[in-house]
Design a protein around this ligand. Sequence first.
Ligand code: MN
Length: 292
Amino acid sequence: MRIALFDDWRLGVVDPGGQTVRDVTAAVRGRSGGDPFGAGWWVRMCRDFADAGPHLIRAAAAATPVPLTSVRLRPPVLNPTKIVATASNYGEHVAEMRDAVLARVTGQVDAWLLDFDVFLKAPSSVIGPGTEVVLPRAAVDQGKEVHHESELALVIGRGGAAIPEAEALDHVLGYLVGLDMTVRGTGDRSRRKSYDTFTPLGPWLTTADEIADPQALDIRLEVAGELRQAANTGDMLVPIAGIIAYASSVMRLEPGDVILTGAPPGVGEVHPGERIEASITGLGTLRVGVRR
Ligand code: MN
């Protein structure tokens, strides 16, 4: 199932071809729109999706399909307690950071930045499809590079702490396309990646049952029509289950939390006026603009 939030944070089911959406809002009890302080309905749905899913399927079957072009898609997540992001999880990306990017943008190569790890991004940095990444004025004025990182993202269904790797994928509600926008330079990674608009997510959430092997998906990113990143999730150094096990050994993962699984090689700069298009096999295409 492809789950979308649209217009006034209505709940929708997108058809497999990605052309229409069916409004299933009435199938969710206690919905209170997109008010982040009333987002409990979304979190409960993520946690209890085994129960909620059949209701959504029935509601979708009875609903009228509406062209996606006639609605405004929102980010398909609501008020996650955290966005866990993964560092240094593709060998060729680690190499490009070591051999080119770090020396250029910081004048030094800090070895710890090349180690696999997880860190946090501010949930307030999330934006949806068809909106714009805003380049931070101070960073632009200082000549800093703002980079795209296209990443497989996932949403946690059932939460948990210290989740064993063998059970980790059972905690995934679904997958989606994510961008981890980044100001390159010195300073804390969480700050450099948490500017408002720096976590585009979308175009919708594809439930895990639709994805036969999440470690065999092609990731592609184009900027202004130029192919910048082309990789496969099979090249991750630590697989999705390992990321979940590691992250949950540190911090309890709650229903609705988002995990970004790391950048493949080909990261690079974006500029005002450019369009970013990121696609992952079976998950659709996420399109956003860039402005000052
Ligand atoms: Mn990243």
